[in-house]
Design a protein around this ligand. Sequence first.
Ligand SMILES: [Zn+2]
Length: 136
Amino acid sequence: MEHLIIACSDGRLAEPLKRLRATLGIDGADHLLVPGGPLLFVRPGMERRVAMGCITMQIDTGGVRKVVLVSHQDCRAYERALGGLGFDQREILARDLRRVRALVENAFPALDVHCYLIPWRENDGGAAFGDAEPVD
Ligand SMILES: [Zn+2]
């Protein structure tokens, strides 16, 4: 597969990720789904090495050329890792996405890396994930 989507394993993301693939015109993709998604790459030591090893494996065996990093609001893995996300969670998630993009681009210069953030929206109609938004 040409695309590798790295996202949180949270089952509630199935629909938002499906919509993102449709928006990007991605027919099929490889996935790396772990709690927190890109979070794993900003964790120290072993966790990061395992995450980078997964990408290496997926490039070598699957022909990946483009990586799509996806983080989401209301992420329990993030809340647990950071002891709560507070009001600036968008900033924290966007900052980590940029850090992981730089990390992956440095390690794999041939890859094209893009970042997206799935927002959690609460309004009169209830609460749900919105459409993924690009992070520059
Ligand atoms: Zn999550």
